[in-house]
Design a protein around this ligand. Sequence first.
Ligand code: G3H
Length: 478
Amino acid sequence: DGDVYKYYSDGEWKKSSSGKSVAIVNPTTRKTQYKVQACTQEEVNKVMELAKTAQKAWAKTPLWKRAELLHKAAAILKMHKDPIAECLVKEIAKPAKDAVTEVVRSGDLVSYTAEEGVRILGEGKFLVSDSFPGNERTKYCLTSKIPLGVVLAIPPFNYPVNLAVSKIGPALIAGNSLVLKPPTQGAVSCLHMVHCFHLAGFPKGLINCVTGKGSEIGDFLTMHPGVNCISFTGGDTGVAISKKAGMIPLQMELGGKDACIVLEDADLDLVAANIIKGGFSYSGQRCTAIKVVLVMESVADSLVEKVKARVAKLRIGPPEDDCDITPVVTESSANFIEGLVMDAKEKGATFCQEYKREGNLIWPLLLDNVRPDMRIAWEEPFGPVLPVIRINSVEEGIHHCNASNFGLQGCVFTKDINKAILISDSMETGTVQINSAPARGPDHFPFQGLKDSGIGSQGITNSINMMVKVKSTVINLP
Ligand code: G3H
C-alpha cells in the first residue's frame, strides 16, 4: 500500500514481506504522521548478503570515483533540503530553520569527507627493517588502508540525517558497504536522505536501509555475523550493543551530562547567552547540550537573573513556526522529564519559572539550588530543563563534573586562560570548550566521549580512520 514508506535494498525500494508497518507519531500533533516497513530478520539476512557482495567490487573502485559519487550525493542532498527538512519538522519536531541547517550541514559533511578521504586514504607507509635491533636492510614493509567490510550505521532521532551521513560518508569513501537502521522517529527523513544517494548512482546493494521494530531486528542486526563494524549514536542501547557485539570495531556516541563551570571573573552575559544556546536549543535534546550549570556562589544570583530574562524571551510552540522550544520527541520522553522535575520539586529545588506542560510540549525551566541528592543533578533529561548547582570552589565544580558516569563534553567560562586550561586538564570529558557551549561541530573536529559517553573518536578524519584497517605487504630481499 502506498501509505507505507518502502525500505531500500539492492538499489530498489521494497515492501516488507511482513505486511506490517511501524507508525511514526508526530510529536506536535501526537497523531500518526508516517508509516515505515517493519522489516523481518530474513530481509536483514538478504540485505547483509547483498552488502557483502557489493562491498567487494566497491573496494576495487578507484578512490577518486568513490569521492566523485559522494560529491554528487552531497549536491543532491542540498538540493533536497526543503522536503527533507519538512520531514524533520513532522517526525522529530525540529524547529524549521534548524531542520534546514541539519541537511545543509550534512551535504557539507559528505563533501568534506570525500576530500579528506582522497587525501588520507591515498597514502600509506614505507618502512625498512634495519631500524629494529638485529635486522639487516632486507625487509621493506609497505602499508595501505583497507576497508573493514559491511558497516552497520545506527543514527539517533535528534539528527537522523546528519548523524547518518557522518557514518555513511566515511564508510563509503573508505571502501565499505552499508546497512543503515534509522531511528523510528526520523526514519522517513533518513529514507529521503538515502534517496539522494540513490539518485547519485551508487552501485546496487552498496547502501541498504532497513526499517523496523527494535524488538524484531535490533539485536539481530547488531549481533549479525555479517557486520564488520558498528557505528552507533544514541542512549543506553549503545551500552547493551557494545556488550553483545562480536569482535568488531565499535564507534559509540552515547549520552552526556555536559557541565558548564562558571568562575567569578566570567563575562556573565556571554555565559547566559551560551546557556540558552547550549541548554535549550532543540529543547535540550542534544547529547552535547549543557545539562548542569556549576556556578560560583558569588555570581550565581546575577547569572540566574540574566538567564531567566533570556528564558522569558524564548518562543514556545510548534516547530513549523520555528519556535525555540518545541514538543519533545515522544510522550514517554516528556513523562521522564516530568519525573525529574517532580523529584527536584519534592527535594526543594528553586523553580525559576512555573512548570508547564501541554502534551509533549514542556516550557523551558531553570532549576536553581539543585543539590546532589536530586536525580536531575546526575541524569540526562534530554528536554528543556536545566539544573543550576551553586559551588563554593572550582574544585567542587570539577569534582561534580568528574563524579558523573558520563564524560562527553564540558565548558568553562573565565577570562583567565591559564586557569581555564588547568580546569580543562582536570575535567574527565572528551572535549572541553573554553568560553563557549559544548558542540560537536565543526564536523572535522575530533568528537569523543569518555566513560559511559562512548567508544572511539569521531569527526570526519577519525571516522574514516576507524573504518579501515592497516594492511602490510613485506618484501623480503635475499
Ligand atoms: O546529540 C548529539 C550530537 O552529536 C550533538 O551534535 O553538538 O552539533 O548538536 P551538536
